[in-house]
Ligand binder design. Structure first.
Ligand SMILES: Cc1ncc(COP(=O)(O)O)c(C=O)c1O
Length: 382
């Protein structure tokens, strides 16, 4: 599955991979709601489809666009990001071992912990800020999956994807990369040696906070990928065709949404970098960020739309800041057109290592001056 033309990501998403329905001339694909597909008198299938838990023409449209965007060999969409991640984790056999960062998307980590508790699967969580945290975590011959995020959520620390891939491969493991906060208009993890790229399509890809979805893209048509596809069919974590169609529509504006959100995030990070009520602004676009140069090397379309503030105070102070905001909406999630703010420690629970003075901010596409003004007035009221 690859792009018919060598289109830039901007053109690719805007035209849904130059989509034209050759039978009708339509520029927008129809939604195919049928769950089942007929056979002829010889009991041969009439078309390429059998049952929508396996495949569906509307999924295929979306998968083709995402696969081309990430420069992969094949892609699969799932009912949610978590459904996609669990399909990857399901391929790790008993007796093998998973390595992941200690600060990352907490839902994925919770499933890894559950696997470690309920099945004979090892799990080592490493400190991504320590120089040899990853090297010490990997067990050559036993580690099967190294799972990282392109920017660690919600501290936005940056890992060297190529180095991590080399280390994983050297130990006989694959590298899976959660690229949710760095969609392929700015970072293509397969180009840096990742084996599988994951996106929660609920976030930037769809971008309108109205579809739950997950995507996996593979660099190779290997046994692992065949197993992942089998897991999707057998477990049934498939997306509905209406959601798939909405996702395709949302993706058409991915480039322009990201361009606006990423530029605003950089402006906001710079504006508040030395604010007296903040201990730090965490954003890889700031030259003061320890991962800035690495991020600049790995990201071609900006540093993302996510940043975090470390408030000069405790959890109470952080939540007070949130309560003073009038434009930012206090809600979980990210990557939508509306700017959101949240206190991650409260959302993640007692096992979370996220600092309790951290507020996570997802920048949307509103006026950046309005957003700066809102944060300014809230900080002044602290
Ligand atoms: C970085 C990251 N990965 C994975 C997920 C899980 O995706 P979903 O909520 O679509 O299941 C999320 C959701 O917040 C996320 O932020």
């Amino acid at each position: 599955m690859s792009s018919a033309k060598n289109l830039s990501p901007d053109t690719l998403v805007a035209q849904a991979n130059h989509y034209i329905d050759t039978s009708t001339g339509a520029l927008v694909p129809a939604i195919q709601p049928s769950t089942t597909y007929g056979r002829d008198v010889n009991y041969d299938l009439l078309g390429d489809y059998i049952y929508s838990r396996n495949h569906n023409p509307t999924f295929d449209q979306v998968e083709r666009v995402i696969c081309a965007l990430d420069g992969g060999r094949d892609a699969r969409i799932f009912a949610s990001g978590q459904a996609a991640i669990t399909a990857v984790l399901e391929t790790v056999a008993s007796g093998r071992h998973i390595v992941a960062p200690d600060i990352m998307y907490h839902g994925a980590q919770a499933w890894m912990r559950r696997l470690a508790e309920k099945r004979d699967i090892g799990l080592t969580l490493f400190d991504a800020t320590s120089a040899d945290g990853l090297a010490n975590a990997i067990r050559p011959g036993q580690t099967d999956l190294v799972w990282i995020e392109t920017l660690l959520n919600p501290t936005w620390d940056v890992l060297d994807i190529q180095k991590t891939a080399d280390m994983a491969h050297g130990a006989g493991a694959i590298l899976g990369v959660d690229a949710t906060v760095t969609p392929p208009v700015t970072l293509k993890a397969l180009d840096f040696g990742a084996d599988i790229v994951f996106h929660s399509a609920t976030k930037y890809l769809n971008g309108h906070s109205d579809v739950l979805g997950g995507v996996l893209v593979t660099g190779e048509m290997d046994d692992r990928w065949a197993e992942i596809c089998e897991v999707r069919t057998l477990v049934g974590g498939t997306m509905g065709p209406f959601e798939a169609w909405l996702l395709l529509r949302g993706m058409r504006t991915l480039s322009i949404r990201c361009e606006r959100a990423f530029a605003s995030a950089l402006k906001i990070a710079r504006h508040f970098e030395n604010h007296q009520k903040l201990k730090a602004v965490l954003y890889p676009g700031l030259t003061s960020h320890p991962g800035h140069h690495l991020a600049a090397r790995q990201m071609t379309g900006g540093f993302g739309g996510m940043l975090s503030f470390l408030v000069d105070g405790d959890a109470h102070m952080a939540k007070k800041l949130i309560s003073h905001l009038k434009i930012f909406i206090a809600a979980t999630s990210l990557g939508g057109v509306e700017s959101l703010v949240e206190h991650r420690r409260s959302v993640e629970g007692p096992e979370s290592l996220v600092p309790d003075n951290l507020i996570r901010i997802s920048i949307g596409i509103e006026s950046v001056d309005d957003l700066i003004g809102d944060l300014q007035q809230a900080l002044e009221r602290l």
